[in-house]
Design a protein around this ligand. Structure first.
Ligand code: NAD
Length: 447
C-alpha cells in the first residue's frame, strides 16, 4: 500500500535465478554462493509465491503478497493445504481477485501433510500460514531450500519447536534470506511513531507494562457438526486439525495464538525479552468436549533483567471487560501504546492515524521491497523470541510455578504427534466422557 519506489540495482539475471531455484527443486543442497545469487531478485524478475495453509490468514497474506505487483511481477504458483476443501475455497477467492496472477493448475495443488515440500520447492517466496504447530517444520524446509519467507505468528507451540525455528532463523541470516513474521504492529505507523518516542525517552525509563487480549471465544468446530457436514465419521487427527484452536500442539493456547501480539509489543518497547514469569490461569467458563485442552484465561507477571515488569492478561470469556491493548509506565510519564498516546511530564502527544497504511499490506510491501532491493529484512529471531515469551507465560500458568526463560528454552516437553497421518493418534486424547485433560497448576510439568 505504501512502498512506492524501488531502486533497480539487481546483479542477478533471470537465468541464474532459475538455475539456482531448480537446483533447490532437485533437492541439491543450496550452497552459500547460490543463495547469495538468487536471494536478490531484480525489480523485473517475477517472484513465484507458494502458499502453505490456505485458510483465512493464508488467503489474506497471499492477497497482500500479490498486491505488491507494483514493485515487480509476482505470481502465486503453488498451494498446499492439509484439506482439499480449504485449498479450493482459497484458490477460488484469490483467482477471482487476482486473475492471471494466480497460476496454480491442479498439478501444483498439494493436499495432505507432506504437500508443503513440493509447494515450497516451486517458489521463490513462501507464505507459511498453517496453525502454528507446523511452523518450525515448514520454516526449516523453506530455509533449507533457500526461499524467502513470510511466516505468520506464532512460530511454534512448544520449546522444541522454538529451538528448531531458531536454528533455521540463524541459517536464514547466513544465507541472506528475507523473513517477515506476521506481527504486523511492527509495520503500523501509530506503533512505530509511539515506540520511537518511548525509545527516545518520552516517559523516562519504562518500569512497567500492561498488555491485554481480553475478548470473546473464537470459532469452534464441534465434532458432531463436522461429521454432519462431511457425512462421515472423522478420525481424532482430522477432528483436532479442523478444530485446531483448542489443542496445544496446534495452537499453543490463546496466550500464544493471540496474546503474542501484545507481549511482543511489550518486548519491543523494552528492547529485550523477559527472563522469568509467574502466573495463573484455568478453565472457568468455557467448558465442554469441543473446547479441547486450553485455558479460557491466563494472567502473567513477566520480569525483565532490569526488574521491570510486564503484567499480562488474556481471557476468552463472554460478558467480561474486554481490551486488546498495550500500555507503558515510566519514570516520567505513561503511554497508551495501542492508542498511540503519550502522557509525558507536561508534554502530551497523540498520533491519530487517519489515512495510515494497512499494516497487513505494509508488512508485505516491506518484505517484497527488501527481496528486490536486497536490503536487510529478517524478523525471524524476534518472531521466535516473542513466541517463546508467550510460551514462557503459558508454562507459568500451566505449572503454577515461576519459570525462567533459560529453563523454558531448554524444555523437552514436546506436544507434537509422533506420527502425522489421518489415522495416527495425537498425544492428547479424550477420556471416556469425551473430555480432554486440562493442565493442573501445581501438578503439570512444563520443563
Ligand atoms: N497476524 C494476524 O493478525 C493473524 C490473524 C489471523 C491469523 N493469524 C495466524 O495465521 C495462522 C493461520 O490462522 P487462520 O486464522 O488462517 O486459520 P485457518 O484455520 O483459517 O487456516 C489454517 C489453514 O491451514 C491448513 N493446514 C493445517 N495444517 C496444515 C498442514 N500441516 N499443511 C498444510 N496446511 C495445513 C488448514 O487446513 C487451514 O486451511 C495462525 O498461526 C494464526 O495465528 C495471524
Amino acid at each position: 500500500m505504501k512502498e512506492k519506489s524501488l531502486p533497480q540495482d539487481s546483479v542477478v539475471d533471470r537465468r541464474s535465478f532459475l538455475k539456482t531455484s531448480s537446483a533447490a527443486l532437485a533437492g541439491v543442497a543450496v550452497s552459500q554462493l547460490a543463495v547469495d545469487r538468487f536471494a536478490h531478485a531484480a525489480a523485473s524478475d517475477e517472484l513465484k509465491i507458494a502458499l502453505i495453509g490456505c485458510g483465512g490468514r493464508g488467503s489474506g497474506a497471499a492477497d497482500q503478497a500479490l498486491n505488491t505487483h507494483g514493485l515487480g511481477p509476482v505470481k502465486l504458483v503453488a498451494v498446499a493445504d492439509a484439506f482439499e476443501d480449504r485449498m479450493k475455497g482459497a484458490l477460488n477467492g484469490l483467482k477471482n481477485k487476482h486473475g492471471a496472477r494466480v497460476d496454480v493448475p491442479e498439478d501444483r495443488q498439494f493436499v495432505g501433510f507432506d504437500g508443503y515440500k513440493q509447494a515450497i520447492a516451486l517458489a521463490d517466496v513462501v507464505i507459511l500460514a498453517t496453525p502454528p504447530g507446523f511452523r518450525p517444520q515448514h520454516f526449516e524446509e523453506a530455509i533449507k531450500l533457500g526461499k524467502h519467507v513470510f511466516a505468520e505468528k506464532p512460530v511454534a507451540t512448544d520449546a522444541p519447536g522454538i529451538r528448531k525455528f531458531l536454528a533455521a532463523a540463524d541459517e536464514s541470516k547466513k544465507k541472506g534470506l528475507k523473513v517477515g513474521i506476521g506481527l504486523q504492529r511492527h509495520h503500523q505507523t501509530g506503533y512505530l511513531e509511539t515506540i520511537k518516542r518511548l525509545h527516545d525517552g518520552a516517559i523516562g525509563d519504562v518500569t512497567a507494562l500492561r498488555v491485554y487480549w481480553n475478548g470473546n471465544t473464537p470459532w469452534v468446530r464441534a465434532r458432531a457438526d463436522l461429521e454432519k457436514q462431511y457425512g462421515r465419521k472423522i478420525t481424532e487427527m482430522e477432528y483436532q486439525m479442523r478444530n485446531w484452536y483448542y489443542f496445544v500442539w496446534l495452537c499453543g493456547d490463546h496466550i500464544n495464538e493471540q496474546h503474542i501480539h501484545n507481549i511482543d509489543v511489550g518486548n519491543w518497547v523494552k528492547g529485550k525479552y523477559p527472563v522469568k514469569a509467574n502466573g495463573m490461569g484455568g478453565v472457568q467458563v468455557r467448558k465442554g468436549r469441543d473446547y479441547g485442552e486450553i485455558f479460557d484465561h491466563h494472567t502473567v507477571e513477566f520480569v525483565f533483567d532490569d526488574e521491570s515488569r510486564m503484567y499480562s492478561q488474556c481471557r476468552h470469556i463472554v460478558g467480561c471487560w474486554n481490551s486488546v491493548s498495550e500500555h507503558a509506565h515510566g519514570t516520567r510519564g505513561r503511554a497508551d501504546i495501542s492508542g498511540h498516546m503519550i502522557f509525558g511530564e507536561g508534554d502530551r502527544w497523540r498520533h491519530r492515524g487517519q489515512g495510515d497504511p494497512n499494516p497487513y499490506q505494509q508488512e508485505h510491501d516491506n518484505l517484497f521491497a527488501a527481496i528486490r532491493n536486497n536490503t536487510e529484512f529478517n524478523e525471524a529471531h524476534n518472531g521466535a523470541m516473542s513466541t517463546m515469551s508467550a510460551l514462557l507465560g503459558r508454562m507459568a500458568t500451566y505449572s503454577g510455578k515461576e519459570i525462567s526463560m533459560e529453563d523454558a528454552l531448554k524444555s523437552e516437553v514436546n506436544y507434537f504427534p509422533d506420527k502425522l497421518a489421518w489415522d495416527a493418534l495425537p498425544k492428547s486424547l479424550p477420556g471416556p466422557d469425551g473430555m480432554y485433560e486440562i493442565p493442573l497448576p501445581g501438578l503439570t510439568k512444563v520443563v
